[in-house]
Design a protein around this ligand. Structure first.
Ligand SMILES: Cc1cc2nc3c(=O)[nH]c(=O)nc-3n(C[C@H](O)[C@H](O)[C@H](O)COP(=O)(O)OP(=O)(O)OC[C@H]3O[C@@H](n4cnc5c(N)ncnc54)[C@H](O)[C@@H]3O)c2cc1C
Length: 241
């Protein structure tokens, strides 16, 4: 399968192509599936960084369909990682549901990159959902011991079973059911952030990775209403509602 015009653009942007092979699958919950892969030489060439993601090329009835997925526990020494899929009705989810050892999928590395805040923040405030859970967990693992508050927007009862952060007491997790297209989550985060003192906010690093509309609303809250500095905040919409 060719990669169409998106593939041409990514090539111009120096995207590097790889092929992954599925080595195992694990159904974590009814709506969340882990697919283990070998990397086709990628990690040795690219190195790894927290929250690293790749562009996977799915086949949508013969048309290329490119979507981003986060690497879970990438290991350059063994050339392995996992992908974790929050399952819904989509082409990428269909591929994950059917994935079996030996399946192959093409990937392009372009656009990923994340540098941990320096100096390290006094605390971390992360807002995400099951699509960004791998990234949130990667971020938490990269800042061990940093006190963290995570809001995880959930869509299914079984999302309560998904592990968030380390269980060393450094991370508080609040699961918020998705209602009104994410507006309940935004309201809850707003009341928590506006209750914080300026000193507490100044010492925080904020990570917002929800659907595009929710992420935009949260970023506006942080930047425009609370006046937080650009370097204190990472905001990236993970899916279009
Ligand atoms: C940097 C980055 C990293 C990402 N990492 C991961 C990851 O590790 N794991 C992961 O599961 N997702 C991840 N995502 C999100 C994933 O790329 C999107 O959810 C993507 O749209 C899924 O593609 P699809 O082909 O299944 O559905 P699409 O064809 O894009 O959409 C089909 C339908 O499903 C809906 N939809 C799409 N995503 C979701 C969702 N998460 N929940 C509910 N409805 C949805 C759409 O609104 C649409 O109606 C990441 C996104 C980014 C930007």
């Amino acid at each position: 399968m060719g990669h169409g015009w998106e593939g041409v653009v990514l090539k111009l942007m120096r995207g590097k192509d790889y092929e992954f092979t599925v080595t195992g699958v694990e159904q974590i919950t009814e709506h969340y599936r882990r697919v283990s892969c070998t990397d086709g030489g990628m990690l040795a060439a690219t190195g790894v960084h927290p929250t690293m993601w790749v562009r996977l090329w799915f086949d949508d009835n013969g048309r290329p369909h490119q979507r981003a997925y986060t690497l879970v526990e990438p290991d350059p020494a063994t050339g392995t990682f996992h992908l974790e899929f929050a399952l819904h009705d989509g082409c990428a989810s269909r591929w994950a549901r059917a994935a079996r050892p030996g399946d192959r999928i093409q990937a392009t590395v372009q656009g990923t990159g994340f540098t941990l805040p320096h100096p390290p923040p006094g605390h971390l405030l992360a807002v995400g959902d099951c699509a960004s859970l791998p990234a949130v967990n990667s971020l938490l693992a990269a800042l061990p011991g940093t006190p963290a508050q995570v809001w995880l927007e959930t869509q299914h009862d079984t999302d309560a079973e998904l592990p968030v952060g380390p269980d060393d007491g450094s991370c508080r997790v609040r699961r918020v059911a998705r209602r009104r297209g994410g507006a309940d989550l935004v309201a809850e985060v707003r009341s928590a952030l506006t209750a914080m003192t300026p000193a507490e906010l100044a010492d925080a690093y904020l990570w917002f990775t929800c659907d595009t509309a929710t992420t935009r609303a949260l970023a506006q809250l942080a930047r425009k209403e609370l006046g937080l500095a650009r370097g204190q905040l990472h905001a990236l919409g993970y899916w279009r509602p």
